[in-house]
Design a protein around this ligand. Structure first.
Ligand code: FAD
Length: 391
């Protein structure tokens, strides 16, 4: 381990590894500091990702894929099930334990150094760089870097230390609990999502299959409601009722920032990526793709900044411009759609579901479901159209 790097990345999730991969590929010295013992573990994710989303980076390896998804069902509050085949876009439920680990291996094969058991405790601004204080296997250490990328996830402290506005409104913070369960009967090619106040107020409950009678069953509840009844209580009741034979092999909790993307995730010598910058699809809570894309852009811009010897906030604006074009503008539109959908009462959702069941089964698409939903709220039509145009 050296004492100086061009770039230090805090966090070895998909955002951090992609940043490291692209920065190292472009010839600068890079190191990732990850606080846990193993990259990719513990998994705090439902692990679902679209085929196109992953395909824009890599041809997925077989070992990354736990299940291939070709349909989903949305279940309305009254239990009406809307089966939606995926005509073009297919999906995956990943093995993130293997996926995240492989991303870090790919970063190291480009020349990035990776250190686990490296818990970053503070950063100190220097003239034109930062000192990073961290605990490495129980020993305090300091590294100096010209740029820091904060890829430290939803609980990001790098942003706060750098004086950025990282707060998320309570109503936009989804409080999540997930069990990885076995011993259930589940279609291994179909995802189920339950909506409505009786299942998951302000969020949804998911059953994402992982093959061999296993699944990730989890729930996200808006912070606005989580005080009244905990996400765990909703989930336990659901499992008792619907999967009484389930055995629980992993339990995890976490937050997902389903807010608008951070407006200004940069400062002199600093960029935030992924969850740290709230780059999550605000409707679905999916953040793997946003983390990978922003990580990739941040790594590329960091390399350019080092080569041009300009690590100022002004230069790093390039990073925001790239993200805006790619997904930030779309996430902002999706946020508006989410806001409207969250205002629907259970009764309204049931009515929408009933309308959709009148569409012939082979004609139902995710687009039609949203189109029917917006029928209730015509002002949403433009936003929904823009949202689908961007998918
Ligand atoms: P992370 O993957 O969170 O990685 C951050 C890393 O930083 C961690 O490894 C952490 O240990 C490390 N770190 C933090 N602080 C420090 C420190 N001080 N020093 C050193 N290291 C540090 N997204 C999807 O696309 N599909 C899904 O199905 C899905 N389901 C989800 C279900 C749940 C319950 C939750 C909570 C999230 C889900 N997400 C899902 C979101 C997805 O997991 C995240 O968006 C994604 O992991 C973000 O990647 P990241 O690299 O930004 O951060």
């Amino acid at each position: 381990m050296k004492t100086k790097y061009d770039l230090v990345i805090v966090g070895g999730g998909p955002g951090g590894s992609m940043a490291a991969m692209h920065a190292a590929k472009n010839g600068i010295s890079v190191c990732i500091l990850e606080k846990t013992r193993d990259i990719g573990y513990p998994v705090r994710c439902g692990e679902a990702m679209g085929e196109t989303a992953i395909g824009q980076f890599f041809q997925p390896k077989e070992t990354w894929i736990a299940a291939r998804i070709n349909k989903c069902a949305i279940i309305a509050p009254n239990g009406t099930r809307l089966n939606i085949p995926f005509n073009k876009e297919k999906g995956y439920v990943l093995n993130r334990r293997i996926f995240d680990y492989d991303l870090s291996l790919m970063a190291s094969s480009e020349g990035a150094e990776v250190y686990t058991k490296s818990y970053v405790t503070s950063i100190e601004k220097q003239q034109n760089s930062y000192n990073i204080n961290f605990d490495y296997l129980g020993t305090p250490k300091i590294i100096n870097a010209k740029i820091i990328i904060g890829a430290d996830g939803v609980e990001s402290r790098v942003g706060r230390w750098a004086g950025l506005r990282t707060q998320v409104k309570m109503k936009d913070m989804e409080s999540c609990v997930q069990y990885s369960v076995g011993n259930i009967t589940v279609d291994s090619n179909a995802m189920d999502m339950y909506v409505g106040h009786n299942y998951a107020p302000g969020g949804y409950l998911w059953v994402f299959p992982k093959g061999d009678g296993c699944a990730n069953i989890g729930i996200g509840v808006s912070g606005k409601y989580s005080k009244q009844k905990s996400a765990k209580k909703y989930l336990d009741e659901f499992i008792d009722k619907n999967y009484p034979s389930a055995t629980i092999h992993t339990t995890m909790c976490g937050g997902v920032p389903c807010s608008q993307p951070m407006k200004h995730p940069i400062s002199n010598n600093i960029m935030l990526v992924g969850d740290a910058a709230h780059f999550v699809n605000p409707l679905t809570g999916g953040g793997i793709a946003g983390a990978m894309k922003s990580g990739m852009f941040a790594g590329q811009v960091a390399a350019e900044a080092i080569k041009k010897n300009d690590t100022t906030e002004k230069f790093l604006e390039k990073y925001i411009t790239l993200c805006k074009k790619d997904f930030i503008n779309r996430h902002n539109k999706i946020y508006k759609v989410k806001e409207t959908i969250q205002k629907f009462t259970d009764e309204e959702m049931n009515q929408i579901a009933d309308k959709i069941t009148q569409i012939p089964a082979d004609k139902i698409t995710l687009g039609k479901v949203f189109a029917t939903a917006v029928f209730k709220k015509p002002s949403m039509i433009i936003d929904v159209m823009k949202m689908f145009a961007g998918f």
